[in-house]
Design a protein around this ligand. Structure first.
Ligand SMILES: Cc1cc2nc3c(=O)[nH]c(=O)nc-3n(C[C@H](O)[C@H](O)[C@H](O)COP(=O)(O)O)c2cc1C
Length: 319
């Protein structure tokens, strides 16, 4: 069901990619997504090379199915070193996060048979990574958690689909079968999920992360540079709101520093400190409301596919 070109390209059952999630996307979750028929993806942003190697080993101990690695291209040396590890480790698929991986890293990985799938926030970026040799592209709307641009998934995906020749996967704001089917209707060959997968028992996050997602509605997120210096969708905590209000009042970079510190110090202090709860999350957190929404990964994926199938049948009967 819903077998697309992405399933053949990545040798997966369902056209569902796990969005890499720094901090949240650990081996147990990655393996669970691959076991459930999607493609699990390990993050590398913020991880040392030794961490990455250990996590690849841990994931391999949990699944025989293919899984990918994500490289956030934060600089040429970082990107090329992570690409070399992926080549050495015979990783079949690499997704890249916000930023340009560059033609050298893309070319090196592809020449070793790795499928390279960059994540992009605009048509302009999509055209650039296609020219660099991308095998497929994830078009990621502003609704998603983590680093995002400003264009929403609904207008972004069809514009990227029209602009490039390679297959396009939709990301940002996909939380159930309705979003999955909508992604296919927009011309995508699959969907990438982030926030939805945090609310699973396999996600090894501090408990407060899931609790905070359940307690947050669709108005409870904000795009801000306060967390990483790049536009990032996160919980709209008092600290992040204070930073954004100060920025809108026109404070200079220097004057914004204390506000930025209030956000970033909190991130370092650990889970028992209230301020640590400066975390990234997507707008679908409003769809996740109670303990019953914390479901095993396999059930999240099966429910998504079944709901989409039922909806497709109902929609077809209207024709
Ligand atoms: C906790 C978290 C961490 C993330 N870290 C990364 C990352 O390291 N690299 C990356 O390319 N994308 C990252 N993202 C973005 C996701 O891979 C994915 O594209 C996004 O979550 C999709 O939107 P959704 O949250 O609405 O499903 C992160 C998202 C979340 C929620």
């Amino acid at each position: 069901m819903f077998h697309t070109i992405l399933c053949d390209m990545l040798e997966i059952r369902y056209p569902i990619l796990m969005g890499a999630m720094q901090g949240a996307g650990k081996p147990r979750l990655v393996a669970a997504v691959s076991e459930a028929g999607g493609l699990g993806v390990l993050p590398t942003f913020g991880e040392t090379e030794a961490d990455l190697l250990r996590q690849i080993e841990e994931t391999r101990a949990l699944t025989d199915k293919p899984f990918g690695v994500n490289i956030t291209p934060v600089g040429r040396a970082f990107t090329e070193k992570r690409a070399a590890i992926c080549i050495d480790q015979r990783i079949p698929v690499v997704t890249t996060g916000l930023g340009d991986p560059g033609p050298d890293a893309v070319g090196a990985m592809r020449s070793h048979g790795i499928k390279v799938i960059p994540v992009v926030p605009t048509v302009r970026h999509a055209l650039r990574v296609e020219a660099e040799g991308a095998d497929a592209i994830v078009a990621s709307g502003t609704e998603g958690g983590g680093h995002v641009g400003y264009i929403a998934t609904l207008p972004l995906v069809p514009q990227v689909v029209d602009a490039v020749k390679v297959p396009v996967v939709a990301a940002g704001g996909i939380g159930d079968g309705r979003g999955f089917l909508a992604a296919l209707a927009l011309g995508a060959v699959g969907a990438q999920l982030g926030t939805r997968l945090i609310c699973t028992p396999e996600a090894q996050d501090p408990g407060w992360y899931k609790e905070m997602i359940l307690a947050t509605n669709e108005e409870g997120t904000i795009v801000s540079k306060a967390l990483t210096g790049k536009t990032t969708r996160a919980f709209a905590t008092a600290e992040v709101r204070a930073y954004e209000e100060a920025r809108l009042r026109g404070l200079s970079g220097e004057e914004l520093k204390p506000f930025e510190r209030a956000v970033r110090q909190g991130r370092k202090k650990g889970e028992d400190y209230e301020g640590a709860r400066q975390a990234v999350v997507g707008q679908i957190c409003g769809m996740l409301k109670n303990e019953g929404d914390i479901k095993p990964v396999a059930q999240v994926i099966e429910d998504m596919i079944q709901q989409a199938a039922e909806l497709a049948r109902r929609t077809a009967s209207m024709l």
